[in-house]
Design a protein around this ligand. Structure first.
Ligand code: GAP
Length: 511
């Protein structure tokens, strides 16, 4: 199945099973805005919980806040967003479609990289066990040619980005003969900068209204509360402030489902540290965040670090954790060493002293900041897309199963009476009464048992408990595991213990 087909399946499965709907669908939708359905909301909440537990509950020196979306407009001047939160856009004059100029170049490079992968796969087939990857990459004339082409493009690309050279960026697009995917033409406008913040107004009358922005990141709500939290919490450096909340960006190219949205959620943590220690904390948080991702068991091969060549105005080091989405490796989380840029800038713009007094060294200083920032919706897409599997079974039949990490599954247990009579539904309901205090449980009595198993597989429910006539006699049920499909008969107490063990947060998060 091609990546494109796989991605289409992800989108349709998300809708069919109540995970994600297009926003305002009955009015033909709103571009790049989505609603989470009954199962999507559970999965999203479980991801948030998994992040909060790892970042806040397990770290005595990290606290959680919830700041407002509407903030004083000067904050966005101080943060640099008013002047520098821009994307370079370009229009195709024939199709009238708008693109991010930098993304057009990146996609062109990705195509050449793909050609290299194709050559590798051909050579692997040809040379079989004699294939030597290093030798092939350094000597095959076609691959060497592709690599040198990529290096030349990247060199020019970095130069024009560093110099904010919009004319140079357009020239690069023309030199590479990049065409519009819709019209197929090279008839491009000039490249322009476009600010991504959404404006809104505060106030009852137009004359007195104040222009505000919907926050484009949650981080600034943390910076402007630095002193409030540090003082009231009597926190000592190093310490962190975490926050989960909505952010808004008027993205130019809002494609790829929930990967790039105009309204989305971030899970951010600012770690306040002593100046000079940023390198050490940068490595530490890179390692810690990757370990968090790996703890979910989606496969080590699906993650990689990408170091930023062009640093944002606030950073002295930055990288992304990239994930292998259905459309290739893309940014999932950012880790940024933000220096003292934000706190110093807010000190300047607010004229309020924002310093930390270090009781150990008896000195006052502006703390440096190490940031980890992950998009909740992107994390959702990573988990959902990697977990959606079509399996061929031993009897030749197929099943669609959502092998979501069990700890994140929307419902943990489905209770299924084998028949809709003989007291089996009543006993099943009693079991729900007993289990619902510990686990998110669902009841299903419609259709044959095999179809119900398939339905729960497609929803990602890790355990199905089937209640049959023997259950009435000896209090046992069968427990079916979603992934192995193995069924075991057990007493209810044993079932509870088994599920508790499998969902034990300590086991999941001990890394
Ligand atoms: N405070 C730093 C910051 O906001 P960012 O790299 O712009 O950094 C952090 O964003 C994360 O937010 C990204 O790694 C991504 O997961 C998520 N994100 C950014 N823009 C997004 C969008 N339009 N839709 C969904 N997620 C987005």
């Amino acid at each position: 199945m091609s990546n494109d087909d796989k991605f289409k399946k992800v989108i349709s499965h998300a809708k069919e099973y109540g995970f994600i709907f297009q926003s305002s669908e009955i009015y033909d939708g709103l571009s790049a805005v989505y609603d989470y359905g009954q199962n999507g909301t559970e999965l999203k909440n479980n991801i948030k919980d998994y992040w909060i537990k790892a970042m806040v509950q397990l770290n005595e020196n990290i606290v959680n806040i919830d700041s407002a979306i509407l903030m004083h407009p000067t904050i966005w001047k101080a943060s640099g967003h008013v002047d520098a939160f821009n994307d370079p856009l370009i229009d195709n004059k024939d199709s009238k479609k708008r693109y991010r100029a930098d993304v057009l170049v990146e996609e062109h490079v990705a195509k050449i990289e793909n050609n290299i992968l194709k050559e590798i796969s051909k050579a692997k087939k040809k040379f079989k066990e004699n294939f030597d990857s290093d030798q092939f990459l350094s000597t095959n004339p076609r691959v060497v040619g592709y690599k040198s082409e990529i290096n030349k493009i990247i060199e020019t690309f970095n130069k024009v980005l560093e110099n904010d050279d919009l004319v140079g960026l357009k020239k690069l697009i023309e030199d590479l003969e990049i065409v519009c995917p819709i019209s197929g033409s090279k008839n491009w406008t000039d490249v322009k900068q476009f600010n991504l913040m959404f404006g809104t107004k505060l106030g009852a009358s137009t004359e007195n209204a104040t222009d505000l922005f919907l926050r484009p990141e949650t981080a600034q709500g943390i910076f402007v509360n630095f002193l409030n939290v540090q003082k009231t919490g009597r926190l000592k450096i190093p310490f962190g402030i975490a926050q989960i909340g909505k952010a808004f960006r008027n993205e130019i190219v809002a494609r790829q489902f929930i990967f790039r949205m105009r309204e989305f959620e971030q899970m951010e943590m600012q770690y306040f540290i002593k100046p000079g220690t940023q390198k050490e904390w940068y490595s530490k948080w890179k390692e810690t965040r990757l370990a968090w991702h790996l703890s979910l068991g989606l496969g080590k091969e699906n993650y990689r670090f990408h170091d930023h060549q062009k640093l944002a105005h606030y950073a002295d080091a930055a990288c992304d954790i990239e994930f292998d989405f259905p459309f290739g490796f893309k940014e999932l989380e950012g880790i940024h060493s933000r220096t003292d840029f934000d706190l110093s800038s807010h000190e300047k713009y607010s004229s309020k002293k924002i310093k930390y007094f270090d009781p150990l060294s008896n000195e006052s200083y502006t703390p440096y900041v190490l940031e980890t920032s992950i998009g909740l919706d992107r994390m959702f897409l990573a988990v959902f897309s990697k977990s959606l599997i079509e399996e061929e079974l031993a009897d030749g039949s197929k099943r669609v199963v959502l092998k979501i990490p069990k700890i994140l599954a929307p419902k943990k247990i489905a209770i299924l009476p084998l028949l809709k009579k003989d007291g089996l539904p009543e006993l099943s309901k009693k079991i729900i009464e007993e289990f619902k205090w510990d686990f998110n449980t669902v009841y299903d009595e419609k259709d044959a048992i095999g179809r119900r198993y398939r339905r729960q597989d497609a929803l990602g429910t890790p355990f199905c408990l089937t209640v049959d006539h023997q259950s009435l006699n000896d209090g046992t049920v069968t427990i079916r595991d979603r992934d192995s499909m193995i069924q075991e008969r057990m007493k209810l107490d044993e079932v509870k213990l088994k599920i508790k063990n499998e969902l034990d947060i300590k086991t999941w998060l001990s890394f």
